[in-house]
Design a protein around this ligand. Structure first.
Ligand code: URA
Length: 223
């Protein structure tokens, strides 16, 4: 953290972006326990594995798996919480009201969705839009880890506390830490509010906009 505060790092983001989920040597795919995926899958195979996944109970209540969408070469990845009702219907992340708000920000910054990669901490809709449980988050973790390892984004925008706590550190408080960049290896992470929070509290729109302008500046510097 910029002001020297120490945040405990979860093992979520590998220290090296080359590392993947660990698997015992010599074990066949069929022997993988639920929630573990082959470490050397490509993005399409990772998606197939995710679509077949039954590692937690969320898949039973969801219409479909919302793996993620965008460019496999994206420099910017956005990570939300989990699919809502419309995302579950359409199979795409952030297509409901929160997504429309994001689209306005993208348009203002001249970002095209196809050049970004958008996904969530959990890939199946939690019933009634409740927060995913720690067990559900753990079960889904190999898919996000795989997406990060394969896409190699340079910037990850953590949309809301759940994404920030899982990708940066469990003590993250979104009101306190939003807008503060964190470096993990090659990746710069920026926690900001979840766009749905802006719909409930319009006072959060300004800081959210400032955070996205900072993302656009950082992106320009990468080019
Ligand atoms: N909220 C999220 O966190 N993710 C989505 O994809 C949609 C709404």
């Amino acid at each position: 953290m910029e002001d020297g505060e120490k945040m405990v790092q979860l093992s979520f983001l590998p220290a090296s972006s080359e590392e993947g989920p660990v698997r015992e040597a010599g074990r066949e795919e069929k022997d993988l326990p639920p929630g573990e995926v082959e470490p050397d899958l490509g993005l399409a195979s990772l998606k197939e594995a995710c679509l077949r996944c039954q590692a937690c109970g969320l898949r039973r209540g969801a219409k479909q798996v919302v793996f993620g969408a965008g460019s496999p070469q994206a420099a910017i990845m956005l990570v939300g919480e989990g699919p809502g009702r419309q995302e579950d219907e359409l199979g795409e992340p952030f297509v409901g009201a929160a997504g429309q708000l994001l689209d306005k920000v993208f348009a203002a910054l001249k970002f095209r969705r196809e050049e970004l990669y958008i996904t969530n901490i959990v890939k199946c809709r939690p019933p009634g839009n409740r927060l995913p449980t720690p067990r559900e988050v753990r079960a889904c973790r190999p898919y996000l880890q795989g997406q990060i390892r394969l896409i190699k984004p340079r910037i990850i925008v953590c949309l809301g506390a759940l994404a920030g706590q899982n990708l940066i550190g469990p003590q993250l408080r979104i009101t306190r830490h939003r807008g503060r960049w964190v470096q993990r290896g090659e990746i710069m992470l920026l926690p900001t509010f979840h766009p749905a929070a802006l719909l409930r509290d319009p006072g959060r729109k300004r800081p959210f906009w400032e955070d996205f302008k900072a993302v656009a500046r950082a992106y320009e510097e990468l080019k």
